[in-house]
Design a protein around this ligand. Structure first.
Ligand SMILES: [Zn+2]
Length: 292
């Protein structure tokens, strides 16, 4: 895909990683009309400074990221037209929490103690393998009105879920959830079966707070994932046994061209490999989390 200058101007998102735990704090202000689009990340506390400049016809967009030394992840996006506060927080293996104000979404909650976590308004399950579908985690996060979206393959474990299949889109509480085909191309178990055959699981593109966030689940770089466009933040798996290797993920990121890349589902692989492989693609900012 390619990112047009107008998309850049409209969606320019610059995210910086904090030290321990990783924190995003994104504050963005738009001034117009002018002649260039510039994003400047300034980190006041502990980490790095990054500057992204793109030339566009009519707008100047200045994004300043200021990080603090807190232990949580915070992405705060402020626009002139619409003020909102979007946080995207990787919590573990393939578990990510998204909050927009009071609204909370979890993707594949698993493997951690959620007893003190904010309850979920929406839970998305990519597929029913035990490192993605944990009924106890879902139970711990559920409250009255919690919505659950999962593929048909998870229906027996989650009869209450709204089912979705690749290519479908659902809207829940104004959040757009698009399911994308996620499957293995070549990785198989000892019996010779693909770990994740086509139709078993899905990836999700969640559109919330003006951002499109990809959660690839367990997949290789399928044509459906390659052809995604306008992705602001992309989570791709890199474990290399069940899903992509870091090398394949780096190539897949180049196909998708998200603004921010966050390798997850790491097992023994090092997400820094993805960052190293993408140093010559500066338009993709790779954020590193050490996830189990
Ligand atoms: Zn998995």
């Amino acid at each position: 895909m390619s990112v047009s200058s107008s998309q850049v101007a409209a969606l320019l998102a610059v995210v910086a990683l904090l030290a321990a735990g990783g924190t995003y704090l994104l504050m963005s202000s738009t001034t117009e009309p002018t002649t260039a689009s510039t994003a400047t990340i300034t980190q006041t506390s502990t980490v790095t400074t990054t500057q992204i400049s793109t030339s566009t016809a009519t707008k100047t967009q200045v994004s300043t990221i200021t990080t603090t030394t807190t232990q949580t992840s915070t992405t705060t996006l402020t626009k002139t037209a619409e003020a909102s506060s979007l946080e995207v927080t990787p919590l573990g293996h393939a578990t990510v929490m998204i909050t927009l104000g009071e609204y909370t979404i979890y993707v594949d909650p698993y493997g951690i103690d959620f007893s003190t976590s904010p309850k979920a308004d929406l839970i998305l399950i990519t597929h029913p393998h035990p490192d993605h579908l944990s009924t106890s985690s879902i139970q711990a996060l559920s409250k009255d009105g919690t919505e659950l979206i999962a593929p048909e393959s998870a229906k027996s474990s989650l009869p209450q879920a709204i089912t979705i299949q690749a290519g479908e889109e659902k809207s829940v509480d104004g959040v757009k959830v698009k399911a994308v085909a996620a499957y293995n191309l070549e990785r198989r178990n000892q019996r010779g079966d693909l770990f994740h055959p086509e139709g078993f699981g899905v990836a999700y593109v969640v559109s919330i707070g003006g951002k499109n966030i990809l959660f690839a689940g367990d997949t290789e770089c399928t044509s459906e994932i390659q052809s995604l466009e306008d992705i602001d933040i992309a989570f791709l798996p890199i474990d290399g046994v069940y899903t992509m290797t870091p090398e394949e993920a780096a190539q897949c990121y180049i196909e998708i061209m998200p603004k921010v890349a966050i390798p997850y589902h790491q097992n023994r692989e090092d997400p820094n490999q993805v960052k190293d492989l993408l140093t010559s693609t500066p338009s993709i900012k790779v954020e590193i989390y050490q996830l189990p």
